[in-house]
Design a protein around this ligand. Structure first.
Ligand code: NAD
Length: 416
């Protein structure tokens, strides 16, 4: 299968480190390093200018040992089968680290949403869902938002699927608007999880949370909510960047004002009450915590030596190349790996799926409190595994995840 692109190879490197430490059975190793299913679909869309364009979409189901596939849908010009497959693998490990009854999946469409109208995006979403309608479902594979998709996109997914099956099926997708079966606290959940693990990591390395200097790359769903919750909790967010620009203010940015600015202007760039910062300079700042919350492959051998942070919290998926990660670890930087750091989103998605299936909804306080419990438990388990086996936290997180998926794979046995 066409899985061995550069990103999948990087994932395999991480997997192999952990699997070797675990002494993983070679047969189980083989199963866990192959995606269960990769689907490519063509989605014709009538554009506003009257032309028909055909977009390529993917849905990959990586592993379902622990439960239905779970994973977001990404809209981006750089989406590829390699990327979607790797993200689906990471979802498998992430759900297992958080101890959720889900497997891993992911979807993506090659498109540039910044150049598409809302009507075109709705048409594309609906056609994509129609193409994969037989493959998704509450018991099969449950999509969610990812880069450039949001609650509105998920509403279209839910509606299109429901029209196909002939009844309203809220549990087919998570990250929906609250009015139609979404969960309170879901929109903020990934950022909340990032805040919780940042707090735990600071305590672990002996840094005071109050006044902790934080720099964040990316000011979308994850980056902006992380900034908001971290600053509310007492940390000092001194720098943020997005694809169009960046900001620095040593005393800490006024995050509520910045959120209003970014909503009004579509970017942090131009915010008056801070110094402009070239986006690439975010890595070299003198801060306590660096939070990459944009896209993969951001911390590379080329910029890793400029990093001065004591803690790196990987809010994005795959932001650090394996070689760069080895440098950080060797220098004693405490790296909270993506499959742990951003697991808050899928955890709240799990809560949403549970609520939809029961038709009974929780208060925001319940969601927040259960989310904190899951994140703290996952953080503690991974840190303890790291100490016990004398490995870095990424290897430890993979070890926790792989052993959970491997145990169930063994128990379920082979169906030949
Ligand atoms: P988003 O589309 O809402 O935001 C992405 C942000 O990154 C934007 O502010 C964009 O301008 C910025 N960005 C893109 N390229 C950049 C660059 N080169 N330099 C600086 N900024 C850049 O996406 P999101 O949902 O916030 O997701 C961000 C990351 O978190 C992705 O890796 C995603 O897979 C991961 N993630 C998201 C969730 C979730 O619940 N949304 C959950 C887990 C992981």
């Amino acid at each position: 299968m066409g899985t061995h692109g550069p990103l999948f190879s990087a994932m395999l490197e991480e997997f192999e480190d952990a699997a070797t430490h675990l002494g993983l059975d070679p047969g189980i190793w083989r199963i866990l390093t192959h995606p269960r299913r990769q689907v490519v679909v063509s989605c014709p869309v009538l554009m506003d200018n009257g032309e028909i364009q055909v977009f390529t979409g993917y849905r990959v189901l990586y592993n379902v040992a622990l439960g239905p596939g779970k994973g977001g849908i990404r809209f981006h010009p750089d989406v590829s089968l390699d990327e979607v497959t790797t993200l689906a693998a990471w979802m498998t490990w992430k759900c297992a680290v958080a101890h959720l009854p889900f497997g891993g999946a992911k979807g993506g469409i090659i498109c540039d949403p910044s150049r598409m109208s809302r009507r075109e995006l709705e048409a594309l979403t609906r056609r994509y869902v129609a193409e994969i309608a037989d493959l998704i479902g509450p018991e099969k594979d449950v999509p969610a938002p990812d880069v450039n998709t949001d609650a509105q996109t998920m509403a279209w997914v839910m509606d299109t699927y429901s029209m196909h099956v002939g009844h309203t099926e809220t549990a087919v997708v998570t990250g929906k608007p609250v009015e139609m079966g979404g969960s309170l606290g879901r929109r903020e959940a990934t950022g909340r999880g990032v805040m919780v693990v940042t707090r735990e990591a600071a305590a672990h390395v002996g840094l005071l949370f109050e006044g902790l200097r934080v720099a964040i790359q990316g000011f979308g769903n994850v980056g902006s909510v992380s900034a908001d919750l971290l600053s509310r909790a007492g940390a000092r967010v001194v720098a943020v960047t997005d694809v169009r620009g960046g900001l620095y203010r040593a005393e800490g940015l006024d995050i509520p004002a910045l959120l209003r600015w970014a909503t009004a202007h579509g970017s942090v760039a131009g915010f008056p009450d801070a110094d402009p910062l070239p986006p690439a300079d975010v890595f070299g700042l003198d801060v306590d915590v660096l939070i990459p919350a944009a896209l993969e492959n951001q911390i590379t051998p080329a910029n890793v030596d400029t990093i001065r942070a004591r803690i790196v919290v990987e809010a994005a998926n795959g932001p650090t190349l394996p070689e760069a990660h080895r440098h950080l670890h060797a220098r004693g930087v405490f790296v909270v790996p993506d499959i742990l750091a951003n697991a808050g989103g899928v955890t709240a998605s799990y809560f949403e799926w549970v609520q939809d299936r029961h038709g009974y909804f929780w208060t925001e306080a319940e969601v927040v409190s259960r989310l904190e419990q899951v994140m703290i438990k996952a953080f503690t388990t991974v840190v303890q595994t790291g100490v016990t086996h004398a490995v870095d936290l990424r290897t430890a997180a993979y070890m926790v995840a792989i052993s959970r998926v491997a145990d169930v794979t063994r128990l379920r046995g082979m169906y030949a």
